[in-house]
Design a protein around this ligand. Structure first.
Ligand SMILES: Nc1ncnc2c1ncn2[C@@H]1O[C@H](COP(=O)(O)OP(=O)(O)OP(=O)(O)O)[C@@H](O)[C@H]1O
Ligand SMILES: [Mg+2]
Length: 284
């Protein structure tokens, strides 16, 4: 097994990266894949809280990087979804300790153990965000329907294109997928928020998920439950759909016949998705 690395990123802070990492990671694990979510937000542990495992964190990323703990000692297994694991970040460490060598070492330990590694980026476009992007095979670009968020998502796409390991090693580029969160159809109608099609026109990136703005997210994070565990909520369904779509699209790419590239297939899938999403939201 050699894991596919998915980095959850945004540029702008507070848009829903950590919520998405937990929910998308849990949805992939519920679909039968072995998943590790990794918190790259040094000094600001959040992912363990959103997953409700904070009391069980003993060792973190830097302990593993420095060899003071084995990977198996640091991984925290979810009690509800047995194929879901967390590697926590350090709460106190100096951010400079998150070096490329430390990350390479931990990633090399994680890759053979998992199908998917999800990296939760810190806000911004500085060191921590770049470190979280470095190993990405896929990037989930999270944005809210606001111009500042869309602009920062656009900037982060430039960094992904230039700074990832794939870019530096001349490999096929990181595949980017858009997740629009906190979408409020009513506010879009009133012109207070950007519409989905306006966001897509600016970002020109395939849409993977459209997550409504909902108080169920805060309730889930206060209860320490990844939002996708609640299949009865719109948000839960949106994240499960996004994970299913991701699995379908990446499978389609692997099987793309000669002469019919991944772009063609994902464009087809995307057209179908947009129709479904529009219908879903008209009836919501
Ligand atoms: N779909 C949603 N509906 C309502 N609230 C949401 C939604 N998604 C996220 N939130 C809320 O937005 C806030 C920020 O979410 P989150 O911590 O996931 O963002 P982040 O991008 O990881 O932030 P940071 O950049 O600080 O790491 C949280 O209070 C969360 O509960
Ligand atoms: Mg976060």
């Amino acid at each position: 097994m050699s894991a596919t690395v998915i980095t959850v990123t945004s540029g702008k802070g507070g848009v829903g990266k950590t919520t998405t990492t937990a929910a998308f990671g849990a949805a992939l694990a519920m679909a039968g894949h072995r998943v590790c979510v990794v918190d790259f937000d040094m000094g600001l542990r959040n992912l363990d809280l959103v997953m409700g495992v904070e009391k069980r964190v003993v060792y973190d990323f830097l302990h593993v990087a420095h060899g003071t703990a084995k990977l198996a000692q640091a991984l925290v297994r979810d009690k509800r979804v047995p194929d879901l694991f967390l590697l926590a970040t350090s709460q106190t460490a100096d951010k400079g300790e998150l070096t490329p060598e430390a990350i390479d070492h931990v990633m090399n330990l994680l890759r053979p153990e998992f199908d998917y590694i999800l990296c939760d980026s810190p806000a911004g476009i500085e060191h921590g965000a770049m470190m979280a992007l470095h190993h990405a095979d896929h990037a989930l670009v999270v944005c809210n329907p606001e111009i500042t968020s869309v602009r920062d998502a656009d900037r982060i796409m430039g960094y992904i294109a230039a700074r990832s390991r794939r870019a530096q090693d001349g490999m096929a580029p990181v595949r980017e997928h858009l997740i629009v969160t906190r979408y409020n159809e009513e506010r879009v109608r009133r012109g207070e928020m950007l519409s989905l099609s306006a966001i897509q026109d600016i970002l020109a990136m395939p849409l993977l998920g459209l997550v409504p703005d909902s108080p169920s997210v805060l309730r889930a994070s206060n209860a320490g439950r990844p939002a996708s565990l609640d299949a009865g909520t719109e948000v839960g369904r949106a994240y499960r759909t996004a994970a299913r779509r991701f699995l379908d699209q990446t499978r389609q790419t692997a099987r793309a016949p000669l002469g019919m590239g991944a772009g063609f297939l994902s464009a087809l899938a995307e057209t179908a998705q947009r129709g479904v999403l529009r219908r879903l939201f008209r009836h919501a």
